[in-house]
Structures are given as C-alpha cells and as structure tokens.
Design a protein around this ligand. Structure first.
Ligand SMILES: NC(=O)c1ccc[n+]([C@@H]2O[C@H](COP(=O)([O-])OP(=O)(O)OC[C@H]3O[C@@H](n4cnc5c(N)ncnc54)[C@H](OP(=O)(O)O)[C@@H]3O)[C@@H](O)[C@H]2O)c1
Length: 269
C-alpha cells in the first residue's frame, strides 16, 4: 500500500527502520529478508552508520533498486547549506546509489535548519533526489520554515505511537499536504505492556505490534518499525488483511499521554 506525496511520488506506507541495526551482516540480513518478504521501503540515516550495508543489501537483491524506496537523513553536525551537499554526496556514495527517494532534515537544528532546507530544495530542483522532507519538526518549526520555503516538505517523520499521538500536529501536516510518518511506532518495544492493546490483540487475533501498525495505516500514517528478527520483520508486514473498527481506532487514539520515549525536539537541538 502506498501514499502519494504532494509532488506525485509514491511512498510505501510500511518500511523497515534500521536505527541500532549494526553495519555489516546484521543490517544486510535484515534488509535482504525484508525485501524478500515484500518490503519496498527502507529508512536509514547517516547517523545510523549503516548506509553501506543497506546499499549492499539493495544492490544484491533480486528486486530492482528503482522499486525500493530509500530514505536517508542529514545529521545535525552536517547542517547548513554547503555541508548538506557534502553530506548528501557522502550518503549516496556509502549507499552506492545515484539518488535517494527521500532526503530528510533529521532534526530542526536552531539557526541552521532553514539553510539546510534551502540545500534540500536545490538538490530536489536539480533532480538529485525524488522527494525531500523534515523530521522532528513541531508546528512552530514548520511555521518558521514555510514562509521562506520554495517547496513545502513532502514528509515530516516524527515520534508517534499510542502514548504520543500528536493529533493537532497531524492536522497541521495534513492541511499543508505534508505526509506524517511515524518513528518508534512500537515505542521501542514498550507498547507490549499496554493492557488495552492486549485486549485488542485477543479480539482481532493479531499481535500487539500488528494492531498498532494497522492503526498507523488506517490513520494514513507511514510507519517504519525496526526489527532484526526474521520472524518479527514478517509479523510486522502482515497488517493488510484486517481492519480495526472505528471504535477501536478511537480507543487507541485515546491512549495518548503526550509521553515521549525519544528526545523532545525543543530540547535536543
Ligand atoms: N527521525 C528520527 O529522529 C528517528 C528516531 C528514531 C527512530 N527513527 C526510525 O524509526 C525506526 C523505528 O523506530 P525504533 O527503531 O526507535 O523503534 P520501534 O520500531 O518502535 O521498535 C523497535 C524495537 O521493537 C522490537 N520489535 C520489532 N518488532 C517487534 C514485534 N513484532 N514484536 C516484538 N518486538 C518487536 C525490536 O527488536 P528486534 O530488532 O529484536 O526485533 C526493537 O527492539 C528506526 O529504526 C529508524 O529508522 C527515526
């Protein structure tokens, strides 16, 4: 299943996240297995230090690389206009690709993110990247960026799970045609203790991970669960054969506690 970004590029709604997946054999095996199982979207970043392995797995796969949606991100220390170009070339070279499908500003680094965005716009307008976006941008970051932007970000990738729903930011992104994408959709493993999700898991005969990932899909949110386990990579992809009822969707939305497990973008950078 895909969403169409505001520039017409199609983005698969399910991807494999590879943060904390080690460079080399571990990431190559995870990406190779995911591609075999039908994943067509991989989310990496220069910060994850595993772009080389991601690239190897893509190039060694029987799936044509044009069919695989690859995201990478410019890290905080590489932000600014000129440094971003250098960072992009470095990511391409490590990945062994001619372009990536989506290049993101990893965090809204104060005083630099607008210059970084200008570099992404130029990369995009030069045809070097298929789509550009941001990550960890709250509404006020977007409100600061948009008046100066030539291109509205196509995607905003944010922490999102049942304890951090960010409904109003979702609405803001939707109103500006910015696709909302969830990182840490499984709360890095912590969703499994939530009682309401255990009940839904029994009701639908699906695992808690599948319930939460399905909730993302039905809300129109792109999701990128990370796993290095073949069993769990497969499990996380089996979410397109059932529907959560509107009441159960609402019940998950209402678990929101505005609780982060990752850094607060206003504090982190
Ligand atoms: N833009 C950003 O700032 C940002 C920040 C954080 C993450 N991300 C991206 O988002 C991706 C996902 O987030 P995340 O890695 O933080 O966390 P996550 O996907 O919420 O959770 C990953 C954890 O859950 C486990 N897991 C996965 N599937 C499972 C299942 N079906 N049942 C039980 N456990 C399961 C994994 O263990 P195993 O590997 O052992 O299965 C791992 O420990 C990252 O990999 C990265 O690509 C982006």
């Amino acid at each position: 299943m895909e969403v169409t970004l505001h520039n017409g590029v199609k983005m698969p709604m399910l991807g494999l996240g590879v943060w904390k997946t080690s460079e080399g054999q571990e990431v190559e095996d995870a990406v190779a297995f995911a591609l075999e199982q039908g994943y067509r979207h991989i989310d990496t970043a220069s910060f994850y230090k595993n772009e080389t392995g991601v690239g190897h797995a893509i190039r060694n796969s029987s799936v044509a690389s044009e069919e695989i949606f690859v995201t990478t991100k410019v890290w905080n220390e590489d932000q600014g206009y000129a440094a971003t170009f250098k960072a992009y070339e470095s990511s391409l070279s490590l990945l062994g690709l001619d372009y990536v499908d989506l290049y993101l500003v990893h965090w809204p680094v104060k005083g630099l993110f607008k210059e970084t965005w200008r570099a992404l716009e130029d990369l995009y307008q030069a045809g070097r990247v298929k789509a550009i976006g941001v990550s960890n941008f709250l509404q006020h970051h977007l409100e600061a960026l948009l008046p100066d932007a030539r291109i509205v970000p196509m995607v905003n990738q944010l922490e999102h799970h049942p304890y951090l729903v960010q409904a109003s930011l979702q609405g803001f992104c939707k109103a500006h045609q910015i696709q909302f994408e969830a990182w840490s959709p499984l709360m890095q493993g912590r969703i499994f203790e939530i009682e309401r999700l255990k009940q839904l898991s029994e009701k639908y005969r699906k695992t808690i991970a599948q319930i939460v990932l399905r909730w993302n899909i039905q809300n129109g949110i792109v999701t990128i669960p990370k796993s290095v386990s073949p069993r769990r990579i497969l499990e996380n992809s089996q979410i397109f054969d059932f529907d959560l009822s509107p009441e159960d969707m609402q019940a998950i939305n209402q678990l929101d506690r505005q609780e982060r497990i990752g850094p607060d973008p206003d504090v982190f950078c």
